[in-house]
Design a protein around this ligand. Structure first.
Ligand code: APR
Length: 337
């Protein structure tokens, strides 16, 4: 009886696109969480689906191609009963529909094809990210932005400039994905469940990232106690080139893991969890780096980046970070002033 009554309330609330949810964000604003995803391609649609699976809030999926956005949103609506979605999704090409978003996730852009590096996308994606960020922020000036479009760290810089927001509100989805790849490879080699493996990466979301297998743990035990140096070196290589491996297999870029990682970060922001994730954030001297976005462990909450955790690195790791910073600065120099 009680269950039926609450279901009725749920249906009524779902239809109006609203539901009470006990997160600090909701209690503060008296409104349900709202997420807007710009770009309804492979990555954008997967982010949307993960946000619905995780019941993070109502989702707006925007694409310049309205039919794609509407079609994918309707397809997800058709799965709502099966997955017990508690929030609505709307497909659109109108930025007005994104108004008042708590989190805006930018995936619009061109994805790489075999033989391309993420950096080959720089010119075209910079224009797209600039345009969509301006439009999204005009309607959601209080949002935290999660950037996924590649080359990721550079697109964070573009989005920051275009948005006029404090840099703490621009976060790149990079290291959570890369470290998740590393955790999988370690788990596979050790014969354990990936969720029991912890670890992180630093630097560029690209081939020069520093994959810190030295700090990885399996059930709290250093991975180096379980896997030999040769295996760990192989894992570092496969992690740094994990995206490329998928492009070679599929002919286009990854989206299941990127979508999952972005939804996880959005959840941390919306619930003001203060969780630490490796992600691309604006550095102001941490790790000896200033004025660029790069992946480091950062604490995330309702206002975006709350702080950066500085790790003691070996000389070799410091050299890797120096290489990655050099690469990023070279790429930044290619952006129009
Ligand atoms: N405004 C809105 N949407 C746009 C715009 C724009 N100006 N430009 C492109 N898009 C949309 C496209 O219409 C397309 O639906 O962005 C979507 C991109 O989708 P895909 O081509 O499937 O690319 P995807 O695999 O989702 O990758 C998107 O994420 O991981 C990164 O490297 C990847 O930069 C790429 C981005």
């Amino acid at each position: 009886m009680l269950k039926m009554a609450s279901n009725k309330i749920l249906i009524r609330i779902f239809n109006s696109g609203h539901e009470l949810r006990y997160s600090p964000t909701i209690l503060r604003q008296g409104m349900p969480n709202k997420l807007s995803i710009i770009g309804a391609g492979n990555v954008g649609a997967t982010v949307a689906q993960c946000c619905l699976f995780n019941n993070l809030g109502s989702v707006v999926l925007l694409d310049k191609d309205e039919r794609i956005a509407k079609g994918k949103a309707l397809d997800m609506c058709h799965a709502a009963a099966l997955h017990e979605h508690r929030f609505s999704i709307k497909g659109t090409a109108e930025y007005a529909d994104t108004a008042g978003s708590d989190v805006v996730i930018v995936t619009a852009g061109v994805a790489r094809r075999p033989g391309m590096s993420r950096n080959d996308l720089l010119g075209i994606n910079a224009k797209i990210v600039e345009e969509v960020t301006r439009a999204a922020v005009r309607h959601s000036p209080d949002a935290v932005l999660i950037i996924i479009t590649n080359p990721l760290d550079i697109m964070c810089q573009v989005a920051w400039k275009a948005s006029g927001l404090p840099p703490a509100r621009i976060i790149g989805m990079s290291g959570l994905l890369d470290s998740s790849r590393m955790r999988y490879y370690i788990a596979e080699a050790a014969g354990v469940i990936p969720a029991t493996v912890e670890g992180l990466v630093l630097g560029e979301h690209g081939d020069s990232m520093a994959v810190l297998t030295r700090l990885a743990t399996i059930g709290g035990v250093p991975a180096s106690k379980i896997l030999d140096a040769e295996k760990l070196a192989e894992i570092r290589y496969r992690t740094a080139h994990g995206g490329g491996e998928i492009v070679d297999l599929l002919g286009y870029s990854a989206y299941y893991a990127p979508g999952s990682a972005a939804a996880e970060m959005a959840g941390a922001i919306l619930s003001d969890s203060h969780s630490t994730y490796p992600c691309s954030v604006y550095l102001t001297g941490q790790y000896g780096v200033e004025g660029i976005f790069m992946c480091v462990p950062a604490r995330l909450g309702a206002r975006g980046v709350e702080g950066v955790i500085e790790l003691d690195l070996t000389d070799n790791e410091k050299n890797q970070v120096a290489t990655t910073v050099r690469n990023l600065r070279e790429l930044l120099a290619l952006l129009p002033a």
